[in-house]
Design a protein around this ligand. Sequence first.
Ligand code: SIN
Length: 282
Amino acid sequence: MSIEIRPITPTIGAEVVDIDLTGPIDDQTYAAIREAWLDRTILLIRGQTGMTPAQHIAFTRHFGDLEYHTLPQFTLPEHPEIFILSNIVKDGRQIGAVDAGRHWHTDSHYLKEPSSGSILHAKIVPEEGGNTRFANMLAAYEALPEATRKRIDGLKVLVSRIKAYPVSYPNRPPLTEGEKARVPDVIHPLVRTHPETGRKALYVGGNVAWEIVGMPTEEGRGLLAELREFATQPEFCYEHEWEVGDLIMWDNRSALHCAMGYDTAKHQRLMYRTTMVGSVPY
Ligand code: SIN
């Protein structure tokens, strides 16, 4: 089976053309997809309207073990490996997270072993808004001035989901004691080495990156904000306007992403996401 892989922008993303993920895919094709994903940090595959949750999970399994989200109330009851991003209310219950990820972040950055990658499948998309932005942290790190790279190599970040949650999600009920127990504070390197490619990437995931260890809080936050601003300049970014059936897989070890808002009173959005278990960043 031969596939065509086209770069999306010079610095980030590739599109895999003419592939049906619900049909048979040989090992060589999986290897080509994996190589492009690692190299380009995000891969877009359009037209997967017929893909079921079970097929989504099976496709994900080729790239890693499935992660279960720490907020199971937003997962698909019959397939808890699927996290739902949606504003749809069914039987009086919000079926998914409406406001997830509306800031630059990498998924489950707050875990000791954060996710290696995520695969998002568009089921219902708003007529307007609801785009997702991605930024390549390998390219951003490589573009930093030498003096900045020297300054930040070896720094560590205190990542606190518990402290950041009310800031990121002021409209959600506070985390319960049980939910807090699943997300104790962790310390991650500010620059991480990609475990599969050996390349270095900035690891400045969202406001869960609470402070830099050993640096006064405000100075650390200032440096994190400065690096995030540098890393999310248009030259490192791609913004995707979703169509039903689109699927994007991103590498959480080398890409930041950010969900853009939409008018939740006017439009519906339903997205299914799987994430893969990662390893301790170094
Ligand atoms: C996320 O995974 O952070 C959500 C992305 C999106 O809903 O666009």
